[in-house]
Design a protein around this ligand. Structure first.
Ligand code: ADP
Ligand code: MG
Length: 402
């Protein structure tokens, strides 16, 4: 068992808290504050118990290879946009410093009192962050007594702020622990990893097979059924000899899809009908289609028969893991499949239902179902890797055992 914040006395301690403030921004405005809200229980727990807290997170991507892009990426992914939102949600002042380390950070930290919170600049402003650079890890660890990891969305990364800093502090004899969000994520996703309750059904969809090869392979070992929708379905259907028209197919994944279907021994369930259109953006014709899609048309959602087939397959499930929408749900013309499956999952009272995937989580919100799921993960990639690696993620492993 990993140490959690409940195992530590925080009175008078200086804590570095790694959170996941990698929130969607548009023109400097936080578009979805869910990840900030999810970090609040840990932040409040620490300050109520007499700690002073330095928060750090990455935000978006910074391209250091393209010298023209670097400053633009930095301007776009500036943590200063997150600070006011955090201050509003936390209900107390947040001392924001626009550098990751250096004299301003050190001065603010030295003056910070018990119960106060500071936030530093996007850790990815430092090139070495994603390479687990030791200099950055040491700077982050400087004058800290405890490292708390609560960034589930980054727990699959061995970066300076998720991994290296914990190693530095442990070597100095300092404490490390998981926060409440990490605990909740690990506990919920463990049910999908351990697969001790059956029927266990996975619902997979979204854009690409290639993104999800590893999770499909891992899930085949664990689940009773995999229901496939989204663009991913067309690669599988084509591998089965079905006519898919202009649907999005990954030709280089056809062999994988074939072997997968053979290995699956009937566990993989594919669409039997579709909603198709003659053009993605400006279609003249949108129509229902049976399993074989006409030349010149592309599948953009699962059809009505498939919806019924999938509901039936889910009806007695005890555990459901959902990753990837059933169609192009962002467009109301192709949302029905995702909406129907989402609403059905939300109505399954006796099943443990987990969403792992950014777009699937957004769909559950769009269809007002989010609250009815047992768990909606804050980390898409991290939740997939957790299943792929049988529960092992570097950001968890690096934390000391109790
Ligand atoms: P998640 O974030 O939940 O893991 P993905 O990122 O894999 O999901 O996929 C989400 C995207 O897949 C959505 O933007 C959706 O529009 C797209 N998508 C779903 N079905 C299709 C389809 N039939 N054709 C093209 N794109 C699709
Ligand atoms: Mg996505």
């Amino acid at each position: 068992m990993k140490k959690t914040i409940k195992d530590i006395n925080f009175e008078g301690k200086g804590v570095l808290l790694r959170v996941d403030f990698n929130v969607p921004l548009k023109d400097g405005v936080v578009k979805d504050d869910n990840r900030i809200r999810e970090a609040l229980p840990t932040i409040k727990y620490l300050i109520e118990r007499g700690a002073r807290v330095c928060l750090c997170s990455h935000l978006g991507k910074i391209d250091f290879k393209d010298a023209e892009k670097t400053p633009k990426d930095m301007a776009k992914n500036d943590m200063k946009f997150v600070a006011p939102k955090l201050e509003e949600l936390l209900g107390q002042h947040v001392y924001y410093v626009d550098e990751v380390y250096g004299s301003k950070v050190e001065e603010t930290w030295a003056n910070l009192k018990a119960g106060e919170v500071m936030l530093i600049q996007n850790t990815r402003y430092i090139k070495g962050e994603t390479k687990n650079d030791e200099t950055l890890a040491k700077e982050l660890a400087k004058n800290k007594d405890v490292f708390v990891m609560d960034a589930f969305g980054s727990a699959h990364r061995s970066h300076s702020s998720t991994y290296g800093v914990a190693e530095v502090l442990k070597a100095e004899g300092k404490e490390t622990a998981l926060g409440f969000l990490m605990e909740k994520e690990v506990e919920s996703l463990s049910k999908c990893v351990e697969a001790s309750e059956h029927p266990y059904v996975a619902v997979l969809g979204g854009a690409k097979v290639s993104d999800k090869i590893k999770v499909i392979e891992a899930l085949l070992e664990k689940v009773d059924k995999i229901i496939v929708g989204g663009a991913m379905a067309y690669t599988f259907l084509k591998a089965n000899g079905v006519e898919v028209g202009n649907s999005r197919v990954e030709l280089d994944q056809l062999d994988f899809a074939k072997t997968c279907l053979e290995k699956a021994n009937g566990k993989i369930i594919l669409p039997v009908d579709h909603v198709v259109a003659d053009d993605f953006e400006n279609p003249d014709v949108i129509k229902p289609s049976d399993i074989n899609i006409d030349e010149g048309f592309m599948g953009l959602d699962i059809g009505d028969k498939t919806i019924e087939l999938y509901k039936e397959a889910l009806s007695d499930a005890k555990v459901v893991f959902w990753n990837g929408p059933m169609g192009v749900f962002e467009d109301s013309r192709y949302e029905k499949g995702t909406r129907s499956i989402c609403e059905y999952l939300a109505s399954l009272d006796s099943a443990f239902t987990v969403i792992g995937g950014g777009d699937s989580a957004a769909a559950s919100k769009q269809f007002n179902c989010k609250e009815k799921f047992s768990h909606v993960s804050t980390g898409g990639g991290a939740s997939l890797e957790m299943i792929e690696n049988n529960g092992v993620l570097p950001g968890i492993e690096v934390i000391e055992d109790k």
